[in-house]
Design a protein around this ligand. Structure first.
Ligand SMILES: [Zn+2]
Ligand SMILES: [Zn+2]
Length: 161
């Protein structure tokens, strides 16, 4: 809970919000930065694979994917992009790093995060040995241990079935 990257954690959320404004997805605009030792080592926003906007699946109706409750989205997730970016550019620093997630609306206005539910991202972060996952909730920022984040994500999707 208390393992923020110290004083800079709000600025990292703000940078994640800025990255989210670059998202090419038509449904949701998410941004992620990954931080190690007080420095950003990876960034990503959600969008179609390879940013090929002609390949967007954003308009698929939700019933097509509702059986896959761990991944209700259409695009490459911001977390995947940021993790790939960090692994490419700072492979030795990903272990023990902190992931900051933010979301903005279509006008770029920051939104609060809901409860964790994406078990694809939680498993990927766990597998990459990212130590903490930070979300901005209505009552403030919360840093989850990634293992805890993964467990909560599974609990939330099980509750939705
Ligand atoms: Zn999309
Ligand atoms: Zn995800």
């Amino acid at each position: 809970m208390n393992s923020f990257e110290k004083k800079d954690d709000l600025s990292f959320i703000h940078e994640a919000e800025r990255v989210a404004t670059e998202a090419l997805c038509l449904k949701a605009h998410c941004g992620v930065v990954i931080v190690s030792g007080g420095k950003i080592i990876g960034r990503g926003s959600n969008g179609p694979a390879g940013d090929a906007v002609g390949d967007r699946k954003c308009h698929r109706i939700r019933s097509d994917v509702q059986n896959h409750v761990h991944d209700r989205t259409c695009c490459v997730h911001a977390e995947w992009r940021a993790i790939m970016d960090a692994l490419k550019t700072h492979p030795e620093k990903v272990h023990g790093s902190t992931l900051y997630f933010a979301r903005v609306d279509e006008r770029g206005v920051p939104m609060y995060s809901g409860e964790p539910y994406c078990t694809v991202c939680s498993r990927l972060a766990l597998d990459a040995k990212i130590a903490h996952f930070v979300l901005l909730h209505r009552d403030g920022m919360r840093s989850y241990d990634t293992r805890e984040y993964n467990e909560i994500s599974y609990r939330n999707i099980d509750a939705r079935k």
